[in-house]
Design a protein around this ligand. Structure first.
Ligand SMILES: [Mg+2]
Length: 125
């Protein structure tokens, strides 16, 4: 059986999602715990939980896609990482789309396609 994500009938912008996350935090009076350090630690912890989903074996993408339970677990951890990253963007008033595009442009300069196509080497090696 193919895993299917819930159908999203409304298009939600990242700003709307960031507001929903901020409301979630505010309703629980958790702003006091959302220091930059705590959010950064939380990103790393959730990224570790994402790694945990792949610990002890090396499934291919198609193997994961055909395993509903594993795909759901991975999607949950992706969401946790993303929520904390968006929370960090809110703390610093960073537009996540503009910021990612800005960094992608830097990466394009660091890793020109004509020089790095098919290569996994680091730019300074
Ligand atoms: Mg988690």
């Amino acid at each position: 059986m193919q895993y299917t994500f819930p159908l999203c009938v409304a298009i939600m912008s990242l700003n709307e999602l960031m507001n929903e996350i901020s409301n979630f935090v505010s309703e629980r009076d958790w702003e006091q715990f959302h220091t930059p350090k705590n959010i950064a630690i939380s990103v790393a912890i959730e990224a570790g939980e994402l790694l945990e989903c792949l610990q002890w074996d090396s499934p291919t993408t198609s193997e994961i896609m055909s395993d509903d339970k594993r795909l759901t677990a991975i999607a949950d951890e992706i969401a946790d990482v993303q929520i904390y990253l968006l929370r960090m963007c809110s703390l610093f008033d960073i537009d996540p789309i503009e910021n990612s595009r800005r960094k992608l442009e830097l990466n394009k300069k660091k890793y020109p396609a004509e020089e790095f196509s098919g290569s996994s080497r680091k730019y300074d090696s």
